[in-house]
Design a protein around this ligand. Structure first.
Ligand code: HEC
Ligand code: HEC
Ligand code: HEC
Ligand code: HEC
Length: 432
């Protein structure tokens, strides 16, 4: 139970993703080369003697885009973004390096540290000065106490990833940066955790670190992302510019679509009429589906408070802040419940049904919600596979339908809600 007490503490602390970035930079970073020796994490093969794989460096270097995050700043695409923003060279600009490298202050860089290593080991595992020498013989708990970042904890991990994959008040990806050509950011904790892993959640892992539950991670990831967006909105420096709020917090497609489309339709999640710029609420929509399995009365409360926030944005800044604070507190309290919840096959079915009810009401009209929806279904289906309810043929069928669902959100331009909804229903029909 100790783990969940620690979790509760994290959840009630201040700005979460910003807090994660501060913890990562709390002590000196020794550099990737300090981890990569062949007898350390630089092995070429999975070790049969150690509890961890030991080939983490090779996997990171070869497969993980984080290893190339700095190199991306040298690309013509990055140079063009930097030119349009008038910030000098992208590879020297703090605003770019903060997310594309392990950009700790110079006095926190050890002898082997190199900025061009990109998002290196310590950008996620925390500065190693306090534990590098002792971590091979110390217990995991002792390593955490010495400053190793708790990446296995879904709340802490989510806050960490979001510090770059969504931004924080101190580390903003603004609409100006997007306007200069930066790709739109989208993130889902469970999907992204398993895209390029250098770890395995095998029996040995679970014995050391506890159960790895993708569905729980998906649920917590939605709450943490929604809270992070509210934190940015609530911060005067990051949430507002001149007479406009920061546009990156809003649904991109509320503005970026053609006028001849006549695509507008009501959405119960916002309660807003046509022609209104609305906040990007895709994580709130998804968190309601998580709650459909955990506590349906709470899902209604989140719906009511989300609508109140949308309405407040059409009234005043003060009302927006008040509604954002109420919703934030609710999310924080509920995400602890999700962290403790054990999802059963019935719960999985409840989530899919809840999504389909929303789909029939037009709730997936906005691309960002549909994109999160596809990643959610993926997490739910993987959980179904783990439940032992599916034979091989059923698994194949379900996977093919998830692929078909993904293909409907491949590109935001040309997204058609009807195709997404049909594909979603096809997944439901193939699930137990
Ligand atoms: C808040 C963090 C953040 C900031 C600030 C940021 N980036 Fe990024 N950038 C990302 C993330 C995360 C991705 C990967 C998006 C994805 O694939 O989901 C990315 C992707 C990119 C890509 C596309 C990479 C590819 O593989 O196609 C380019 C180019 C880029 N960033 C350049 C820049 C430049 C130049 C700056 C500075 C003006 C900058 N970024 C600032 C987080 C950030
Ligand atoms: C983008 C973030 C990120 C980067 C960069 C990163 N890791 Fe990890 N690492 C993780 C996550 C997430 C896990 C899985 C959760 C956990 O058990 O901590 C993990 C797990 C591990 C584990 C433990 C596996 C286990 O079975 O307990 C080791 C060892 C490790 N990483 C080493 C490295 C090394 C070495 C590097 C650099 C070459 C590196 N990591 C870079 C995020 C990262
Ligand atoms: C210090 C900033 C930073 C942190 C922390 C971070 N990332 Fe990233 N991540 C990036 C950048 C920048 C890119 C884009 C790199 C590129 O395209 O070369 C990226 C790319 C990725 C990609 C590839 C996306 C794609 O479209 O293929 C995945 C997956 C990913 N990150 C997962 C994670 C996860 C999971 C975590 C938390 C454990 C995490 N990241 C933490 C900065 C970060
Ligand atoms: C409130 C309306 C609004 C919202 C919401 C909005 N934008 Fe914009 N966007 C604009 C305006 C206005 C421009 C400037 C157009 C111009 O300069 O002609 C622009 C420009 C851009 C451009 C540059 C286009 C070009 O042709 O150079 C990009 C890219 C962009 N936005 C991406 C995004 C993304 C990604 C999001 C969501 C995270 C978003 N926008 C949300 C109104 C919006």
């Amino acid at each position: 139970m100790r783990k969940w007490i620690a979790l509760g503490l994290l959840l009630t602390s201040g700005v979460q993703a910003q807090g994660a970035a501060e913890r990562i930079a709390a002590q000196a970073h020794e550099g990737v080369a300090s981890c990569a020796a062949s007898q350390c994490h630089g092995a070429t093969q999975v070790s049969s003697k150690q509890s961890v794989q030991m080939n983490e460096f090779a996997l990171w270097q070869e497969f993980d885009p984080h290893a190339k995050a700095y190199d991306i700043l040298l690309s013509p695409e990055s140079q063009s973004i930097a030119r349009k923003l008038g910030i000098g060279k992208a590879e020297e600009a703090k605003v770019c390096l903060d997310c594309h490298a392990d950009n700790v202050p110079v006095d926190l860089r050890g002898a082997k540290f190199q900025i061009d290593d990109g998002v290196g080991c310590e950008a996620c595992h925390g500065g190693a000065a306090g534990w590098l020498a002792s971590h091979t013989t110390a217990s995991h708990a002792d390593n955490l106490a010495a400053g190793l970042y708790p990446t296995e904890d879904p709340v802490a991990r989510s806050a960490l990833c979001l510090s770059c994959h969504a931004g924080t008040p101190d580390r903003m990806i603004t609409h100006r940066i997007m306007g200069a050509g930066h790709p739109r950011l989208s993130f889902e904790l469970d999907t992204f955790t398993w895209l390029h892993p250098h770890y395995q959640a095998d029996a040995d892992y679970e014995a050391r670190k506890g159960r790895f539950d993708g569905l729980r991670d998906w649920g917590i990831g939605q709450a943490t992302a929604a809270i992070n967006a509210l934190d940015i909105l609530l911060d005067e420096r990051s949430g507002w510019h001149g007479i406009f709020p920061e546009l990156v917090l809003f649904d991109c497609h509320a503005c970026h679509r053609s006028m001849s489309g006549r695509q507008w339709g009501p959405r119960q999640g916002t309660g807003l009429g046509p022609g209104v710029v609305r906040l990007n609420d895709s994580n709130l929509v998804m968190f309601r589906h998580v709650l459909a399995a955990v506590d349906s009365a709470a899902a209604e409360r989140v719906l009511a408070q989300s609508r109140a926030l949308h309405k407040a944005t059409t009234e005043s800044r003060e009302q927006t802040f008040a509604a954002a604070r109420t919703l934030r507190a609710t999310l924080q309290q509920l995400s602890t419940r999700v962290a403790d919840f054990k999802f059963s096959p019935d719960a999985l079915a409840a989530i899919l049904s809840s999504m389909i009810r929303d789909a029939d009401r037009g709730e997936f009209r906005d691309f960002a919600a549909a994109e999160q929806g596809a990643m959610a279904v993926q997490s739910v289906v993987v959980a179904f596979e783990g439940s032992g309810l599916l034979d091989e043929a059923a698994t194949e069928r379900l996977r093919a339908r998830v692929d078909a669902l993904y293909s409907t959100v491949e590109r935001d331009e040309g997204f058609a809600m009807a195709r997404f909804v049909d594909a979603l229903k096809a997944v439901r029909a193939a699930a137990p």
